[in-house]
Design a binder for this molecule. Structure first.
Ligand code: CAO
Length: 444
């Protein structure tokens, strides 16, 4: 029986997105919860899992299409190899306001070997039993799926060795091995802190004038990050200012109350305190919580305090937003931050959860970084980088004493913020983290 998979709700105020890549092909068997599409808005990219299973009969979207919530994405044969689909958990998507059929976007120019996004194509030819030999093309999610099943993508037989390996190919191969059936891959666990070096790239047989090279396709997050960072870096006149915050006292508080917060389901990390202190600092220094409107020659001061937090995920950098930080307790934030970071790493964030930030924090301290210059996340006008806290000798009252110092770096948009404003902001933030009681001295 034919069943349509429509674009589900993407989040508040997100009605439309464009297709960054299609992760399945006609003829593939997909399972409920399997990612079938990567979509992007001007702010973020996200994978979209299907809520039905079956064989893909038709793909109604193409890379570059603008699609709306409720538009038909796939038509699946539920009686296909995927078997009976479980009842979808999500509420049914609304009827599309316009015909769901999309005109396919003009085909991209003939791609080099490194094309990440497979474009929709004709039904797949019968699978060849011959494993491919050259470079193996596959999207990050397909690679992950293969990895989780212990399958080397090179061993996955496909009819056309020039096309990327699809999720269906991997599942069919897994089944043929008598291993895992066509069940969806388990959700990726929260990424362990990447202590080990990344996997060595496998040479794909190509070389340039100086030696062997590997062609690594850019996934949708990489493309978005490249585009957005280039825009931010080239349009915002950045200044970065450095400071060291003495968090010896804060660390004692963190240790003392960590267990209590853990009982409540949270993790009391330094980032949580930084978020809370920042929200208070941003209230004091409204220009830091602003955006610039060059057309109207205005600075837009925002009276809400939504903080973006850079999260390192296996697929690349994502910046989910913790809303209304000023109105949340430290325990609330300690519960919300790890939860949102896990969902970012599992690609489960909704589009609107990555939008609407007024300021961003990026903490590379857990990874051992000692100093860096963060790039402002436009349309915001400043960003705080946090580096690794370590014990350093501090000269106090005639002697050196060991203190825990945390380096921070503030990048700001010099069109909106002057150096002295940034210096005052940083001094206030430093005091808030070192002497939290000082926050209350002038408060009613
Ligand atoms: N100095 C010293 N230790 C630090 C630290 C710092 N600045 N920041 C974190 N740590 C420690 C934590 O205390 C924790 O140690 P324990 O487990 O022993 O308590 C450990 O590092 C891991 O912290 P965490 O990651 O679990 O929690 P967090 O709240 O500090 O950070 C998050 C959350 C999402 C910011 C972090 O996980 C992350 O993804 N950071 C990378 C951000 C990034 O990629 N930025 C670059 C953007 S530009 O490319």
């Amino acid at each position: 029986m034919a069943k349509e998979f429509r674009l589900p709700e993407l989040g508040e105020n997100v009605e439309q997105a464009s297709v960054a890549s299609v992760l399945v092909s006609v003829g593939d068997t997909v399972s409920a919860n399997q990612s079938v599409l990567e979509i992007e808005t001007d702010k973020a990219v996200a994978e979209i899992p299907t809520d039905v299973s079956g064989k893909v009969m038709e793909i109604r979207v193409a890379v570059g299409d603008k699609i709306a919530v409720g538009d038909v994405v796939l038509v699946l044969d539920e009686s296909g190899a995927g078997g009976k689909a479980p009842e979808p958990e999500a509420k049914p998507a609304p009827e599309p306001a316009k015909p769901a059929k999309k005109e396919p976007a003009p085909a991209p120019p003939p791609a080099p070997a490194a094309t990440e996004a497979p474009t929709p194509r004709a039904p797949a030819a019968p699978v060849s039993p011959t494993p491919r030999s050259g470079p193996v093309l596959a999207s990050p999610s397909v690679r992950r799926m293969a990895r989780e099943r212990g399958i080397d993508l090179k061993d996955v037989p496909v009819a056309d060795p020039d096309r990327p390996v699809t999720a269906g190919d991997v599942l069919a191969y897994a089944k043929s091995l008598g291993g895992e059936d066509a069940a969806p891959a388990p959700a990726a666990p929260a990424a362990p802190r990447p202590a080990a070096a990344p996997a060595q790239p496998v040479a794909d047989g190509d070389s340039d004038a100086w030696g062997a090279v590997t062609h690594e396709p850019m996934n949708a997050i990489r493309k978005k990050t490249a585009e957005h960072m280039a825009h931010c870096w080239s349009t915002i006149p950045h200044v970065t200012q450095f400071e060291k915050v003495d968090i010896t006292g804060l660390e004692a508080v963190r240790k003392k109350h960590g267990a209590r917060v853990k009982e409540a389901g949270g993790k009391l990390t330094v980032t949580v305190f930084v978020l809370k202190a920042l929200a208070a600092a941003l209230k004091r220094f409204p220009r830091m919580n602003a955006s610039i409107d060059l057309e109207r020659q205005e600075i837009l001061l925002k009276h809400y305090y939504n903080l973006g937090v850079a999260v390192d995920t296996p697929n690349g950098l994502l910046v989910p937003v913790v809303r209304d930080v000023d109105r949340k307790s430290i325990t609330d934030l300690a519960i919300e931050l790890p939860e949102i970071a896990v969902r970012a790493r599992e690609r489960k964030l909704k589009m609107d959860e990555m939008q609407g930030a007024t300021f961003t924090v990026t903490n590379l301290g857990g990874l051992g970084v000692t100093a860096f210059t963060p790039i402002i996340n436009a349309p915001e006008v400043a960003i705080l980088g946090v580096s690794k806290a370590s014990i350093e000798p501090v000269f106090e009252q005639g002697q050196f004493v060991p203190r825990l110092l945390m380096p921070v770096s503030l990048s700001y948009d010099h069109r909106v913020i002057d150096g002295a404003d940034a210096a005052r902001f940083m001094a206030w933030l430093k005091e808030a983290l070192e002497q939290p009681w000082s926050l209350f001295l002038d408060e009613a």
